[in-house]
Design a protein. Structure first.
Length: 295
């Protein structure tokens, strides 16, 4: 393995074979299940199983919330996916039908302290999350949406402070109208961004009021009155860019057309849902220095 030096310091590099070996050597994967209580003596086993286990069972029968105190429900979150999630003990649902996924998770819900939806595309992810929140009495969280939005909003608040911008007048463009993009806009508006100062773009261009092509109810909620129709037009004079689309969607000319000292994250906000565009050194010199929370 060697190392590369970039603008953020020393970054390790490795081959595909080294990555495969890392995940396969010893026990496959990176996690294991181990007992949290001692299991060394007959007394330990009697407490863990019969007859000791009957005591918490009876307590839970009296009050279901005690399951959080006496069982793994108190520290287990189910990662539900119909895609690929390798960094957890995940439950993979072999269906792309929102009704089937909702029904499956609903029936398993009492086993867990929370549900984390992972790698489910938009717009199905919005439907699944909303319905599960209505059906279950435990937290339901879609990482691709809210995990990205929280990190992005936190970094942006620092960036606005560094550049002396007012959240009410800052103009932002979000390129990418999938799960992450929609969630970011909803959170930004909740923390004080003026809705008319945010432009959302997808693969077909600006999402403006009156557009019909490639629209759905979630995109329509963020449509604005604007004469801009392309990403390049939207970025002209903008203060902030959120890149939540494919790599290479933004050019250095687009960045140069933005307002002075624009806030542009130069690394992916979330590597699995967005790709940072390559910014040349000339374009990067026009940008505000990204705070540590961008990294």
């Amino acid at each position: 393995m060697s190392s590369k030096i970039d603008g953020r310091g020393i970054r390790p590099t490795f081959t595909d074979q080294e990555a495969l070996l890392f995940h396969s050597q010893g026990r496959p994967g990176k996690l294991e299940v181990v007992a949290t209580k001692p299991m060394a003596t007959q007394r330990d086993l009697s407490l863990a199983y019969s007859p000791g286990v009957a005591v918490p069972v009876l307590a839970i029968a009296e009050d279901e919330d005690r399951a959080f105190d006496y069982t793994t429900k108190g520290n287990f979150v189910a990662v539900i996916t119909n895609g690929t999630a390798i960094d957890s003990i995940d439950l993979e649902v072999s269906s792309e039908d929102p009704d089937e996924i909702v029904n499956c998770v609903k029936l398993l819900g009492k086993s867990w302290g929370g549900i984390n939806l992972e790698d489910i595309r938009a717009p199905e992810c919005f439907i699944i999350e909303q319905r599960l929140r209505e059906l279950l009495d435990i937290p339901v969280f879609h990482d691709d949406q809210h995990g990205t939005a929280i990190i992005a909003a936190a970094g942006l608040m620092n960036a606005l402070d560094l550049t002396g911008r007012d959240i009410k007048s800052t103009k932002l463009v979000c390129n990418g109208a999938g799960a992450a993009g929609i969630a970011c806009l909803e959170l930004l508006k909740a923390i004080g961004f003026t809705p008319d100062n945010i432009i959302l773009c997808d693969t077909k261009g600006v999402i403006y009021q009156g557009r019909t092509e490639g629209m759905n109810q979630w995109k329509s909620a963020h449509a604005v009155k604007t004469s801009s129709r392309t990403l390049a037009e939207a970025l002209a004079g903008a203060d902030v860019l959120f890149g939540l689309s494919v790599k290479g969607a933004v050019t250095k000319e687009m960045v140069k057309s933005m307002a002075a000292k624009p806030d542009v994250p130069t690394t992916p906000i979330r590597s699995t849902t967005c790709s940072a565009f390559p910014i040349s050194s000339a374009a990067r010199s026009t940008c505000a220095r990204p705070p540590s929370t961008w990294r």
